[in-house]
Ligand binder design. Structure first.
Ligand code: GLN
Length: 482
């Protein structure tokens, strides 16, 4: 049953020499394949590599040269993070057989501390989506109800952690892709400040919004993993050169004197049960000494259109590199260079990715650039100013993560606009570059998890983790009946 233990629990057991890394690896190797046939959380799971790296870790530990207290613990990695020697598909046919020649910086950081790669997780193709249905490897399922989506785009990472297929995981969040699946799968997920974690080796979707973050079954686990991957990286020019103060062991779960803002706009159109669960948690925080302050984030309604112009514009440029020449899928029946481009891209990309490349190319084209792209940038500034204003008065902002709990597979796939709307509460944090965390707040009457979001000012991860830990302490622990 080692696979049911969290990151810090495993670390303590290893430290006391009660278990070995090989035993942990074997527990996952016994559990994952059968569970994956139901949940489809992993695209790539390589038992031989896992056991070999666990044995190496055991040798380090027995010779007294363990790399850290986490040496030997496997974590799941979203399949848009490059892993040397292990394929990195972005859940796309165009990268189906792409094996990167280098590791992302976050992978190097995990390896430097002796952590192991459990496997590569399912996602929406190129991180475009909110349900993990846009995967060319088939949809991932929600461990609480396999007829429902796990959320997206990091749905595989969230589902893997929820279904005990990994103690913790890495994901990426461009508009909510860590927080929304964390909420749907009943786990904790944090999107750090833009620039806090290196994006080097993360396959780019929308570069001004993308950020790598972590999932855990507890706030402490998500924080501990974030502590390992945070920090400056000269290989990423947008990485911020400042000391990270993120510390899982310094969290004490106290909110005394913390000013918590509650934005009215984030409670419009919310499922009634979600609303009442979140409101109860706000009351609980007040009872524990937080000061609750009603606030407004008045430009929230612009977040979706602004995001879908900026993200698609950046994506259309980032995805130009998949041309069938340099790497990835190449169409076999082409007669000249332009048909090679055309056919490789037409056959290699899925429908949603093509839709976004077309929208992005359109909004950047001459004649439309000012009307769409530049206008979206102005809208982004208004949203940034909203947060600046709010954080001059409060330390943290609380809201629901999603307007509904996990929806049914297929329910929204024919209506992209409705799917886009499902990110309404998470996208603004990416536009402003601020950190956000989703922490489980309870279950609705269908037994589906409800997430609570806490946003903080730039580099205030430690503060929002503290609030999250307090929320966690007021909740009964939830886990899926699988
Ligand atoms: N759901 C949003 C989108 O489809 C956000 C995705 C993400 O954060 N990667 O773009």
């Amino acid at each position: 049953m080692l696979h049911r233990k969290g990151l810090l629990e495993l670390s303590a057991l290893l430290d006391r020499k009660e278990i070995s890394a090989s035993e942990i690896a074997r527990s996952y190797i016994d559990h994952v394949p059968a569970m994956n046939s139901r949940i489809n959380a992993y695209i790539t799971f390589e038992p031989d590599k896992l056991i070999a790296s666990a044995e190496e870790s055991d040798r380090r530990r027995s010779s007294g040269s363990a790399l850290s207290k986490f040496d030997g613990i496997p974590v799941a990695i979203k399949d848009n993070i490059n892993t040397e020697g292990t394929r990195t598909t972005c859940a796309s046919k165009i990268l189906e057989n792409f094996v990167p020649p280098f590791n992302a910086t976050v992978i190097e950081k995990l390896k430097a501390k002796g952590l192991l790669i459990a496997g590569k997780t399912n996602m929406d193709e190129f991180a475009m989506g909110s349900s993990t249905e846009n995967s060319s490897f088939g949809p991932a399922k929600n461990p609480y109800n396999t007829e429902r989506v796990p959320g997206g785009s990091s749905g595989g990472s969230a589902a893997a952690v929820s279904a005990f297929m990994a103690p913790a995981a890495l994901g990426s969040d461009t508009g909510g892709s860590i927080r929304q699946p964390a909420a749907f799968c009943g786990v904790t997920g944090i999107k750090p400040t833009y620039g806090r974690v290196s994006r080097y080796g993360l396959v780019a979707y929308a570069s001004s919004l993308d950020q790598i973050g972590t999932f855990g079954r507890s706030v402490d686990d998500a924080a501990a993993l974030l502590e390992i991957i945070a920090g400056h990286d000269p290989l990423d020019s947008t990485s911020i050169n400042c000391e990270s103060d993120i510390s899982a062991s310094a969290l004490n779960g106290s909110v005394k004197g913390i000013k918590v803002g509650v934005p009215a706009e984030y409670f419009n159109g919310i499922d009634i049960e979600i609303r009442s669960i979140i409101e109860k948690k706000i009351d609980a925080l007040e009872n524990l000494g937080a000061e609750i302050i009603p606030i407004n984030l008045k430009y929230t309604q612009y977040a979706i259109p602004v995001y879908y112009l900026i993200a698609t514009a950046e994506a259309s440029s980032n995805l130009a590199r998949y041309d069938g020449v340099r790497y990835g899928y190449r169409s076999p029946d082409t007669k000249d260079l332009s048909s090679l481009y055309l056919k490789s891209r037409s056959q290699g990309f899925g429908k949603e990715v093509k839709r976004r490349i077309i929208i992005g190319t359109f909004s950047l084209s001459s004649g439309y650039y000012d009307a769409y792209y530049v206008k979206a940038l102005k809208g982004r500034t208004l949203i940034i100013n909203d947060f600046k204003d709010a954080f001059s008065r409060v330390d943290a902002i609380i809201s629901p993560v999603t307007t509904t709990t996990a929806f049914k597979i297929g329910q929204m796939s024919s209506d992209p606009l409705q799917m886009y709307m499902s990110d309404i509460l998470t996208i603004s944090a990416n536009l402003a570059g601020i950190p956000g965390i989703s922490v489980p707040a309870g279950l609705d009457s269908n037994g589906l998890p409800v997430g609570l979001q806490i946003m903080g000012n730039h580099f205030m991860e430690q503060k929002i983790l503290e609030v999250a830990k307090t929320v966690e302490s007021t909740c009964e622990k939830i886990s899926p009946a699988i």
